[in-house]
Ligand binder design. Structure first.
Ligand SMILES: [Zn+2]
Length: 120
């Protein structure tokens, strides 16, 4: 889908790298927001308060997961900038993500979408 926007390879790689952690963080904020709405709407009942409390509890692990995921993406981007990534795309030199396919593990480039298999 990103190919339709006519973005450069580096921008596409950046978006693909940070899309998942950003979605987790947005989901965490959404759950927290839903809990807040639920809390305001059900202020009369005890069960409603408990459900609202569960919503806010659920947002904490999501937030932590999002922050860990963001940190990992920043680390991978840093490795790419400093050219320390041992596995990179042959065509563009971009960051590759590990995938499990029918014939075992393969790597997909986040920049140009080419797939590779590295023999170790
Ligand atoms: Zn590539």
């Amino acid at each position: 889908m990103l190919d339709l926007l006519g973005l450069s390879c580096e921008k596409k790689m950046f978006i693909r790298l940070f899309l998942q952690p950003m979605m987790i963080l947005v989901a965490a904020c959404l759950v927290l927001f839903l809990g807040e709405i639920f809390y305001e709407r059900t202020s009369q009942s005890v069960i409603g308060q408990q459900i609202a409390y569960c919503f806010s509890l659920l947002s904490v692990p999501l937030m932590i997961l999002g922050l860990i995921s963001t940190s990992y993406s920043i680390y991978r981007w840093w490795k790419f900038i400093n050219a320390e990534d041992t596995n990179s795309c042959h065509a563009y030199g971009g960051i590759v993500s590990e995938k499990h396919g029918k014939y075992g593990i393969y790597y997909k480039c986040l920049a140009c979408s080419a797939t590779h298999s590295f023999d170790r």
